[in-house]
Design a binder for this molecule. Structure first.
Ligand SMILES: *Cc1c(COP(=O)(O)O)cnc(C)c1O
Length: 349
């Protein structure tokens, strides 16, 4: 009988929370669908697709539109089927047997998960009690342990904390390791290293259309790196990784600069309302710690995380439960109000 090998035999398929809820604040998505005028532009562009043909393997029109929005060289950009695909692809291609990878903790769990499938050694660098990265200590560890690749999210999912541009540059310029900065949430902050991509031969930055852009359904991610690394990524990816519908959508949406900038302001504003509301609730409670966030969600620590999670779920509001922590996405103003009211109710019982 066929036996599954050791590295996969105990794995289970990813299962997001099931059921329908009025308010979904568990996945850091954009809380609203796309407006009619962008959908209309997209529909028009859809009619130009030759559905019988394979997609453009280099997604040129999409990449150009993305690169123009972020004011970077399109030669440095590779499109992926969500950043998830790119994380797996780059870990498996840029590391080989015996190489050492480093993640930070807590952070996005997929980095570590894929490393186990790639069968590379993966170590963790633990953040301090404020959930910040001590960059000097991280540099020292990378160099001392001869790490080949370090990957983390900046801003961080789940903590909402981030390192500054100056800190990120210090890291990249102080190590020989390949540094991968997952900037999935950098659209909500100001400390991107995208404009420095040409200065470093050991840096890859990930971006995504799943958060600010609000197109999680279409799976669009991007790897940005110097031309040498970019060519290697393009060479190892599967040729038709991004389908023509997603390419067409991405090409359209990144041309709508004002729309994206307004959406950004709105979401950051709602995140601030959420954060300030949570801080106010936490003022009268010893057991509740709220972390200041530069992303589109807020992370908090509490002894009664599971009780709160259940309480909110009973009110048809879902947030993300992670041990003694909760991560709450900034939804619409109405949704933020609803979750804050429910939490006030919970704590006044
Ligand atoms: C949401 C998220 C992404 C985006 O992944 P996609 O596959 O592009 O949807 C990437 N990294 C982190 C840390 C995220 O939280």
């Amino acid at each position: 009988m066929y036996q599954l090998n050791d590295k996969i035999k105990n794995l289970v398929p990813y299962e997001p929370i099931s059921g329908t809820y009025d308010i979904r604040l568990d996945a850091n998505e954009c809380p609203v669908n796309l407006p009619d005028d962008i959908r209309a532009q997209f529909h028009k562009r859809l009619d130009e697709i030759s559905f019988n043909r394979y997609p453009d393997p280099l997604a040129e029109r999409l990449v150009n539109s993305f690169a123009e929005y972020y004011n970077i060289d399109p030669e440095c950009v590779t499109a992926g089927n969500g950043s998830d695909e790119l994380i797996f692809l780059i870990e498996s291609a840029f590391l080989q047997k015996g190489d050492k990878m480093l993640v930070v903790a807590p952070d996005f769990s997929m980095y570590n998960f894929y490393s186990s499938i790639c069968e590379v050694e993966c170590d963790s660098f633990i953040k301090n009690e404020n959930l910040d990265i001590d960059v000097d200590a991280l540099i020292e560890k990378i160099n001392r342990d001869k790490i080949d690749m370090v990957i983390f999210s900046n801003p961080c999912n789940p903590t909402g904390r981030g390192i500054t541009r100056a800190q990120a540059e210090k890291l990249v310029s102080s190590v020989k390791a390949l540094v991968i900065l997952d900037e999935a949430y950098m659209d909500f902050w100001t400390e991107s290293l995208l404009d420095k991509i040409g200065d470093y031969s050991n840096l890859i930055i990930f971006r995504t259309a799943s958060k600010l852009v609000g197109a999680a359904a279409l799976r669009l991610g991007f790897a940005v790196a110097d031309p040498t690394i970019s060519r290697a990524i393009k060479a190892v990816k599967s040729p038709y990784n991004v389908n023509s519908v997603s390419q067409a959508f991405g090409e359209v949406v990144y041309k709508n600069k004002d729309f994206l900038q307004n959406r950004q302001k709105n979401i950051v504003n709602n995140k601030n309302i959420l954060y300030n509301g949570l801080v106010e609730i936490a003022e009268s409670r010893q057991d509740l710690k709220v972390f200041e966030s530069v992303a589109n969600f807020v992370f908090m620590k509490t002894d009664c995380s599971r009780e709160i999670w259940e309480y909110l779920k009973a009110k048809s509001i879902v947030v993300r439960l992670m041990g003694e922590y909760l991560r709450i996405t900034a939804g619409t103003e109405h949704e933020v109000d609803a979750v804050l009211n429910a939490l006030r109710e919970f704590f006044s019982r």
